[in-house]
Design a protein around this ligand. Structure first.
Ligand code: AMP
Length: 144
């Protein structure tokens, strides 16, 4: 299983981005409205300049309180996020997420972002694949 197949299995809603100058309060509104945990930060809308996770916001709220809500998201985001390609294997991206301790990876092709996958997307796709493999093996053993 490769990233391209995982992207295909998701609803094609494009990747939501905000510009680095957007305020943390705006990002919070988007995260809440869209029921997502991460926003890719991009000036151009195509290259990922950074990534802002709900964890970044919670950490800052805990440290400094609600004052951070009026700051640009560029101050809280992780700059130059790790990315993957559409030909990377599911196992490789799971390894990258585990090593880096993050749950999201922008997918980049020829310098432009073509999608975003979460650890949940990868686990769901792998479980579906394992279930199909199990059915195929059972069929072979039972002679169907
Ligand atoms: P997450 O588990 O994805 O919500 O993010 C946990 C932490 O890792 C946050 O500080 C994020 O800004 C950061 N992060 C998330 N995705 C990436 C990524 N692809 N590359 C680098 N850092 C990331």
């Amino acid at each position: 299983m490769i990233v391209q197949q995982i992207l295909k299995s998701k609803a094609d809603t494009g990747v939501l981005t905000l510009k680095p100058g957007a305020l943390v309060s705006e990002a919070v509104a988007v995260l809440s409205d869209k029921r997502i945990g991460t926003i890719v930060v991009s000036e151009s809308g195509t290259t990922p300049d950074g990534i802002l996770s709900e964890r970044d916001i919670v950490r800052e709220l805990g440290k400094r309180g609600a004052g951070c809500m009026d700051e640009p998201i560029s101050t809280l985001m992780t700059a130059n996020p790790v990315t993957c390609g559409r030909d990377d294997s599911a196992d490789k991206v799971l390894e990258m997420m585990t090593e880096g301790r993050f749950r999201h990876l922008p997918v980049v092709q020829d310098g432009a972002m073509i999608g975003l996958i979460s650890i949940g997307d990868v686990v769901k796709a792998r479980l579906a694949e394992l279930s199909m493999e199990k059915d195929a093996l059972q069929g072979m053993i039972m002679g169907h």
